[in-house]
Design a protein around this ligand. Structure first.
Ligand code: PMV
Length: 327
């Protein structure tokens, strides 16, 4: 077992699994290009139950393999040439919101299939979940899937914490380390504006090819590296400042959105620091509340038309739910 991240044990079907969503605190987009990222697993979950069945179905849909690229990719990479299954997935994580709904589905499926085929250790599960997500999305880093598999706070390509694993992609690797949880409450809020992660990642990649691209990437890296250190040290004031700086950089590379700017403005009187989180261009913001003003913050965000959640880190990451079959 690695640093409190136990393997997923072998189980016969039916298998039930739950996986957290994720919130990127520093370094989204830049992480795709090898820069550091800080991400934590959030206590909003997706739960998946996989049963033996006479036909292949996801949430009663027999056409799901053509409709859901994540399901298709998961089947191709970890349930190939195996008997048909019936999969039920329920989730509290809003979709296309930058809060990890696809990573949670992918990691749940990979963990359930891993359990049903002799068990799977976390580093392998992190690698496989990344490959499934990448297979469906075509672009992206290992950050989201690794957060959902590892739980807690994780530094990707940075930090001085305990090394957990390395995920390999076609053109780079992501080194993952544990960062201690400072024990703070966070608020995330979904703007309600859906967007495509792949499109946003490709647009930022093009922006980073401009003459000032290397300088911007360097500043993204500096902010994330400082942010990882500050979160690990429980230095709230520095974290709050860096959240603002990271948001400016994300605005500079074109992934903010007028609605996100409005939400950040609405949050400001109850926020120590805030930024967009995830791919941007819609999606969500993350806010470090002024202590004691969490309720005011949630009220402000809801009045501004967002869907807010008070979140804490999920320390465990994807896990089996037992018994799979209470009935
Ligand atoms: O918005 P999401 O949940 O798709 O997060 C994407 C994070 C990016 O850094 C923009 C892409 C990636 O794969 O790391």
């Amino acid at each position: 077992m690695i640093d409190g991240v136990p393997p997923i044990p072998a189980r016969e079907l039916p298998v039930a699994v739950r996986a957290p969503g994720k919130c990127i605190v520093f370094g989204e987009h830049a992480v795709v290009h090898g820069a550091p990222e800080l991400v934590f697993a959030i206590d909003l979950h997706t739960q998946v139950i996989v049963r033996a069945s006479s036909e292949l179905r996801l949430n009663a849909d027999r056409e799901a393999t053509s409709r859901n690229p994540y399901f298709r990719s998961a089947l191709e990479l970890s349930w190939k040439d195996r008997p048909p299954i019936d999969v039920r997935a329920v989730s509290r994580i809003p979709r296309s919101a930058g809060l990890g709904s696809s990573a949670a589905l992918v990691a749940s499926l990979a963990a359930a299939f891993g359990a049903a085929t002799g068990g799977i250790d976390r580093p392998t599960l992190a690698q496989r979940s990344f490959e499934i997500e990448r297979g469906a999305q075509g672009v992206g880093s290992a950050g989201d899937t690794t957060a959902v598999v590892g739980g807690g706070f994780l530094a990707v390509n940075g930090g001085a914490g305990t090394p957990l694993w390395t995920v390999s992609g076609p053109d780079r690797t992501w080194d993952v380390r544990r960062v201690p949880d400072p024990g703070w409450v966070w608020v995330v809020a979904h703007s309600g504006i859906p967007r495509s992660t792949g499109d946003a990642v490709r647009a930022v990649a093009r922006r980073l090819e401009a003459p000032d691209g290397p300088e911007l990437l360097h500043e993204f890296s500096r902010v994330a590296a400082e942010g990882i250190r500050a979160v690990g040290a429980g230095d709230r004031r520095t974290v709050a400042e860096l959240l603002g700086r990271n948001h400016e950089l994300l605005r500079e590379v074109g992934v903010s959105h007028p609605r996100l700017e409005e939400l950040l403005k609405a949050a400001a009187p109850a926020a120590e620091g805030a930024k967009l989180t995830g791919a941007g261009a819609g999606g969500s913001i993350v806010v470090l509340p002024v202590p004691g003003k969490e309720t005011e913050l949630v009220r402000r965000l809801a009045r501004a038309g967002a869907l807010p959640f008070v979140v804490r880190p999920d320390p465990t990451g994807v896990e089996l739910v037992e018994p799979a079959h209470p009935d």
